[in-house]
Design a protein around this ligand. Sequence first.
Ligand code: NAD
Length: 275
Amino acid sequence: MSVPSIKLRDGNVIPQLGFGVFKVDPEATAELVAEALRVGYRHIDTAAIYGNEEGVGRAIAQSGIPREELFITTKLWNDRQTDAAAALDESLQKLGLDYVDLYLIHWPTPEKDTYVEAWKSLIELKKAGKTKSIGVSNFELEHLEKLETHTEETPVVNQVELHPYLQRWRDLDAFRAHGVEIEAWGPLGQGKSDILEAPELADAAAAHGVSPAQVLIRWHLQNGVIVFPKSANKGRIAENFDVFGFELSEAEMAAITDLDRGEEGRGGPHPNEFN
Ligand code: NAD
């Protein structure tokens, strides 16, 4: 099975489908990431705050997969924005890696007003070879514009909450106009919403002989979004990767897009209020 990839503005290439490990128990992480790698995932999304970078690192080390075939993302937590170089060194040590493929500012935390300083550090960390690409997460347009005003470099991705109940295409297209690719977090609704029970997903699932989760992952992929659903269940880890044998029609895509609830559909905090 071949996963499509997206060429980032800096020339690096990211697999469009990966495996996310938010809330994956640190004790179980190595085994689940090993399973994901066995199934064929090559893109893993973790973060310092998840507390499971060591497990990700163990799975990578034991996999025998050449480093250059993997795409590893981690993130700078909010209390380290003025201390990014040391924070990334700690992450690299836990991961057992010399570099990550993508390092993200996890949240802008606008009240702290330190994300521009953090971004300047990430630019230096990229120059030093500790990360191949740099990006942001949970950034609003105003935060992106502030980075662009104060530095020479624009993030290559913005990782945001994105699923049918919260879509914000106008904002996301504006990011894309700046050359920023969109990564979806909570792509399946995090198990908190009833999105996987929507009849629109069930209809498409029945038509293609797949599950609602597979339909939803396809919807993200066909929207050109980078996506890394999480599961702690080995059967579902395989299921979520098996999404390249069918294609949603325009009508099926549109029916899911119609589920948008705007701000009311948000499941996590608003980036301007998370400090
Ligand atoms: P998700 O939308 O991927 O949902 C995961 C949940 O969906 C599972 O716990 C399970 O309940 C359900 N699920 C998964 N596969 C299923 C299947 N095949 N059938 C039925 N149910 C299924 O939520 P997430 O983990 O929060 O988001 C994905 C990744 O995004 C995370 O693991 C993490 O890497 C990243 N993330 C980033 C941020 C951020 O602030 N940048 C925040 C949250 C998550």
